[in-house]
Design a protein around this ligand. Structure first.
Ligand SMILES: [Zn+2]
Length: 240
């Protein structure tokens, strides 16, 4: 159940499961985003507060995975003139990993999201997260891997079976290979281990590749985290 439904103490009969307009809720604070939209200010959340909000949102998603009835049109109107996302997510394009849902039913104007197969870092993605942090003032970047990732599995298949893929798929997954090689002998599931290692490396690469991001991080204005989403349980575990 989303935070808005909880705060309104709505009964279950008022929760419209699968309502198209109800994905939302107010990821964070129902009272804060209209003000941000009005004055054009960035979020007031600190990096640590943003990470705590992501964690509590995922806990709500796991504990009460319903879609709630929420006034998305009202929220849309509030953010039409200005966005102040409080977190940035680099996630896989996998249809089972929608950040706005798995972080607790966060609606429009809350998360700044870059998605590609394998949650990898190319120029477009780097520029996107730089824009989120430096221009929009998002205080948190989460690199989100997930279990049983097809892109990571493809890279593992290249490594273990000399697999080949058509078109741009091969070059796309090449950046995963060093991570896969690094965990090749590790105990556990190769694909999930490689996904975690790749996410860790991507998170580390953000500050190494970008002075925009490293300057913000060094100033305490930006936190970068890596995590992995479990397709079966819905839980996001954060990686060291
Ligand atoms: Zn994936």
């Amino acid at each position: 159940m989303c935070r808005e439904c909880e705060s309104a103490k709505l009964g279950r009969r008022n929760v419209l499961k699968f309502a198209a307009g109800g994905i939302l809720a107010v990821g964070l604070n129902a009272m804060s985003w209209p003000a941000r939209a009005a004055d054009g200010a960035p979020t007031t959340l600190s990096p640590d507060e943003a990470l705590a909000a992501m964690k509590s949102g995922n806990e709500r998603y796991v504990a009460n995975p319903e879609l709630c009835s929420t006034d998305l049109a009202k929220q849309r109107g509030s953010v039409a003139g200005h966005q102040a996302p409080w977190a940035t997510v680099i996630s896989c394009a996998d249809s089972r990993v929608p950040p706005e849902l798995i972080f607790g039913g966060v609606g429009v104007g809350e998360l700044f999201v870059a998605r590609n197969a394998g949650n990898l870092l190319d120029t477009a993605t780097l520029g996107t997260v730089e824009y989120g942090a430096a221009v929009l003032g998002s205080p948190l970047i989460v690199v989100l891997a997930h279990t049983s990732c097809g892109a990571v599995k493809a890279a593992c298949d290249v490594m273990t079976k000399n697999a080949t893929f058509p078109g741009a798929i091969g070059p796309m997954i090449d950046p995963i290979l060093p991570a896969a090689l690094a965990v090749r002998e590790a105990p556990g599931d190769l694909v999930d281990n490689a996904a975690m290692e790749s996410a860790r490396r991507t998170a580390g690469r953000l500050t190494a590749a970008s002075t925009v991001l490293s300057d913000l991080a060094n100033a305490g204005k930006l936190k970068i985290a890596a995590g992995i989403y479990d397709l079966k349980t819905g839980v996001v575990a954060y990686l060291n």
